[in-house]
Ligand binder design. Structure first.
Ligand SMILES: C[S@@+](CC[C@H](N)C(=O)[O-])C[C@H]1O[C@@H](n2cnc3c(N)ncnc32)[C@H](O)[C@@H]1O
Length: 263
């Protein structure tokens, strides 16, 4: 049976999804009528509910991608699930990994890292702005339905990257505009063979970063790839099968480096 505070995805007959947080006494209203939360609370995952205007809605547990796209409170630009997929795979984020994330922002990537490193892993996620840490905390608690202190593999800290005192990271992921300013720190705290993942929206930033590494950090980092991910969704309607009219095309570039072993 569903319970209060559960996050629920209601799927209508046109495959449109609505994400709501269940609360006794509340009403969900949309263009196809009303649904009382109390009625949803009497049901189980996978059951159906009919709105006041007769629309049938399927009750599903939201995926993390649905949560990030539809429910996560954004006070910063976020990394989209399509790009997070690439970060996790190309950045080789493995169970048990010790990962540094900077900056936390709204916590979209953090939500995925919690899963990817598993219970034996460790994520240190830092942001210099208090409101980012606070928003990320609420988003993470909202998705995982538990207090941040109970998420043992995460430390969410208000801190500037220049002040980081932990070291021996297996992976470092940066989503900030000027990663080249921190290379002198990163080379000390990333393990030899470890992977540095930088997320940058513009080509000029990508160029600056690689130039800086080639000029001053050639002994420390090896460029391992520059990637952009375009994802186009398709739709089937009666006799037609074609790409959707709208697509999120450019979001950013993923630049990967390996920390060299000392010789
Ligand atoms: C675009 S947001 C990150 C969004 C995040 N990846 C997400 O998916 O929600 C960039 C964040 O980097 C933080 N930031 C920028 N420079 C920083 C620094 N030197 N130290 C710590 N945080 C920094 C900013 O405060 C901002 O919140």
């Amino acid at each position: 049976m569903l319970k209060e505070e559960d996050l629920v995805c209601l799927l209508d007959s046109k495959k449109k999804k609505y994400l709501i947080s269940l609360k006794k006494g509340k009403v969900f209203e949309f263009h196809k009528g009303k649904v009382f939360h109390d009625e949803i609370l009497k049901r189980n995952w996978g059951e159906k509910i009919i709105s006041s205007k007769g629309e049938e809605l399927l009750i599903l547990k939201p995926t993390l991608a649905e949560f990030v796209l539809k429910k996560l409170k954004r006070i910063s630009q976020i990394i989209y699930p399509k790009d997070i997929g690439q970060i996790l795979v190309l950045g080789d984020i493995f169970p048990g990994a010790k990962v540094l994330e900077c900056g936390t922002g709204s916590g979209a990537l953090t939500c995925y890292l919690i899963r990817a490193v598993g219970e034996k892993g460790k994520i240190i996620s830092i942001d210099e702005r208090e409101e980012m840490i606070e928003t990320a905390r609420k988003n993470i608690e909202n998705f995982y339905q538990k207090k941040i202190g109970k998420i043992k593999n995460l430390s969410l800290i208000k801190k500037n990257l220049k002040k980081i005192d932990e070291k021996n990271f297996d992976r470092i992921i940066l989503d900030l505009p000027n990663p080249w300013d921190y290379l002198f720190i990163l080379k000390k705290i990333l393990k030899p063979g470890g992977i540095l993942v930088c997320w940058l929206p513009t080509v000029l930033q990508v160029f600056n970063l690689i130039e800086e590494i080639e000029k001053k950090f050639r002994e420390d980092f090896e460029l391992d790839g520059i990637f952009e991910t375009l994802q186009r969704e398709w739709q089937k309607r009666e006799k037609s099968l074609k790409p959707k009219d709208r697509m999120v095309a450019h979001t950013g570039f993923l630049i990967l480096f390996r920390k060299k072993f000392c010789v």
